[in-house]
Design a protein around this ligand. Sequence first.
Ligand SMILES: Nc1ncnc2c1ncn2[C@@H]1O[C@H](COP(=O)(O)OP(=O)(O)OP(=O)(O)O)[C@@H](O)[C@H]1O
Length: 253
Amino acid sequence: MSASHPFVPPSSSASVVDLREVTRKFGDRTVLDQITLEVRRGEIFGLLGPSGSGKTTLIKLITGIDQADGGIVHMLGEKMPKLAMLQRFGYMAQSDALYNELTARENLQFFASLYSLAGARRNERIQAVMGVVDLLDHLNKPVSAYSGGMKRRLSLAISLLHEPEVLILDEPTVGIDPVLRQSIWKELLTLRDQGTTIILTTHVMDEADKCDRIGLIRDGHLTAVDSPDALKTKTGTTTIEDAFIVLGGGIQA
Ligand SMILES: Nc1ncnc2c1ncn2[C@@H]1O[C@H](COP(=O)(O)OP(=O)(O)OP(=O)(O)O)[C@@H](O)[C@H]1O
């Protein structure tokens, strides 16, 4: 334990993301209030909550894009924010961060260079990730000619480029049709089985059911963390949607 943080007990070795009493305020409004949470290695952890409950804010604190006003965030044992960690996780933001005037391939090449991917390996990874999101036929199109769903898929491909240990996805399947959504989930489950830890937010209940564990956020408080089955058992319900209503999670937008 570091002398500078005497009050924080060490997290378990299986913990990939470790939040201790994390608080975030905007002005005098507390948007996240004392969140303590461990995400375990090799699990898919889903964050659910009504619109405005704090999911994206929490994701941004985990990635180090934003900084907490109180508490401590660790990823892979490192205190966040930490620039060097960018190499170790993949992040898909809620709004696509793409260069519209460039082609998909040029976007991928740009991000590959940030991850020091070059030569044959770079091309191999570009082919692989664009295959996952079914965009291989559109590699040379400018992103400005992409639909909203295609842009989401390209953003997902970019987050996978460097085969990160941790994948952080903010509403990854919004605007994606059900067939492709299924194939993306198949890929997420494969990545999970290969040891990748995945943290995502979703508004889709059947996606929540596919997560190993779910955290329910309401008004900046983490009100429940458990597996979908355990949450249903605890609440005496048969669907995640009903479990959330019982737990006071409200209905998703
Ligand atoms: N930079 C900011 N400045 C002020 N308020 C903010 C800022 N970012 C977020 N908020 C507020 O914090 C609250 C939580 O926002 P957040 O985006 O985390 O919610 P969310 O659960 O991700 O919502 P959604 O499901 O709609 O994406 C909201 O009330 C939002 O208006």
